[in-house]
Design a protein around this ligand. Sequence first.
Ligand code: ACO
Length: 434
Amino acid sequence: MDKETLNIVDRRTDAAYDLPLYKGTLRAMDLRRIKTGPEDFGVMTYDPAFLNTASCQSAITFIDGDKGILRYRGYPVEQLAENCTFLEVAYLLLHGELPTAVELRQWIAGITRHTMLHETTKKFLEGFRYDAHPMGMFISTVAALSTVYPEARHVLDPEVRRLQILRLIGKVPTIAAYTYRHNLGFPYVYPDNDLSYAENFMNMLWRMVEPKYQVNPVLARALDILFILHADHEQNCSTNVMRAVGSAQADPFVATAAAAAALSGPLHGGANEEVLRMLDEIETKDRVPAFIDNVKSGNGKLMGFGHRVYKNYDPRARIIKWAAGKVFEVTGKNPKLEIALELERIALEDEYFVKRKLYPNVDFYSGIMYQAMGFRPEMFTVLFAIPRTVGWLAQWQEMLEDPEQKIARPRQIYTGHEARDFVPLERRGATVTA
Ligand code: ACO
């Protein structure tokens, strides 16, 4: 007998089934063979929030949450963060291999050609209220690109796809920077294509009247590293949205906007904004123990702690902590750091957090670093969305090229009423007596 099978006995019928294991998983469709009779639909799995369901096969990102390992296309993220630029990593995620020097040059040139926004898109952005949340502006403007590039809907054409990928990677920093300037009431700054990806982003954020923006190389490198660390994270909430929307063959602009909408939630990318709010609320280091006690009594969560997959220190958090140190050498220390370090120290020793394997995640230190660089908390998730666009696109492309994938359409367990007769308006609400 093949050892790679599960033997299931259905006690309702006493029938036995040998179900093959595929790479350690059970194909849910095989369960449909288990029926009580020809009219029976067959057994389904029930897995709210996908706690134990692989929705796809993917060769992009590997995570071992227990060991705290993160790899892109097999390369440890630590090595990529140390040795690569963000655009090099973007190439790796999308193409599967690190680029040669020639490929990298062409790739950078391709993306740099697409950094500008159509003037009508710029005007669209101008229409937002002065205090609009940057993430709301980002999501809407990325979706609006769909109206500028209608050919993007031909998602099964690899050449069309490639062009939209270049456009999206090129334009997301521009949109992000414009949302920032919009809140401040500053005129938008056009891209400077002499600069690197992170440098140009800084130019569009912070250039004022000077003819050429002078980049601080330490800050530019820190930003680039942050981009590398946020580029992909396999089947997280927003990536799942990207794949689901993309599976209906919607164009990549609206699919990316939908993924960004998922990212904006406080349990996902919105958490870094919440970390800063939490640190503000704590105010001083001596109030940390009381705050932790409060969390343990069930009042709120320690934001920036815990992860669905990592049950160990998030490897990205370790690198961000290091990068934050470099940034503080330039900007001066963020006073919130002291509170964060104290929170981490106590939480890592506290039984409540140890037992539940709650460790700092990617969002715990990124916010403190971003704030030191001059960003308001409202911008933090937008800074996350820029690099994650690459991951979303890599996953979207992989999904479209996967012959096993179809439109994503889960099943449900219906718990509503049985069939019942319509009640006319005048009889509704009356006490029904038997
Ligand atoms: N603070 C306090 N307790 C927590 C925290 C936290 N941050 N996270 C989880 N717990 C507790 C839960 O209350 C639960 O306790 P219980 O078993 O007594 O009920 C237990 O730990 C397990 O937590 P779940 O909610 O089941 O874990 P899940 O995998 O569903 O949630 C999540 C993961 C959403 C990230 C959660 O840890 C959380 O809300 N963290 C705070 C928000 C955050 O930092 N999000 C960013 C995640 S990284 C990213 O998306 C980029």
